[in-house]
Design a protein around this ligand. Structure first.
Ligand SMILES: [Zn+2]
Length: 120
């Protein structure tokens, strides 16, 4: 019998039971697959980090200080504004600014406008 993930709708064959787990959502038990679980963990970590570092500047300072409680740089929270699609060397952003750099040494905050002009 196939099992369908209640959350993402992915269907798993009989051999895949171990990838399904029961999760309580608003008091009801749902069956979620492992990819949903991984996604949920990432979302929780992101929310937690955003609560601890409520602005882009806070995040920037933590990254500069090599704060080891930060998630991996590719799972950092963002702070609103238009989604940036070309995220190469871009780690986070808010409505007006973004954190860019290839590594910790050249990490900087630039305005979205400056970055757009630079990439041209
Ligand atoms: Zn799923």
């Amino acid at each position: 019998m196939d099992i369908e993930c209640d959350k993402c709708g992915e269907v798993f064959g009989e051999g895949f039971h171990r990838y399904i787990e029961e999760v309580e959502v608003n008091g009801e038990v749902e069956e979620h697959c492992s990819s949903c679980r991984a996604k949920r963990c990432a979302e929780e970590l992101e929310t937690e980090t955003r609560e601890r570092l409520p602005t882009l500047i806070d995040l920037f300072n933590a990254m500069k200080a090599d704060d080891d409680s930060l998630p991996r740089w590719d799972s950092l929270p963002t702070y609103g504004g238009d989604e940036i699609t070309d995220t190469e060397s871009v780690w986070s952003w808010n409505e007006t600014h973004m954190i860019v750099g290839d590594g910790q040494c050249d990490l900087e905050i630039v305005s979205r406008e400056d970055w757009n002009n630079r990439s041209k």
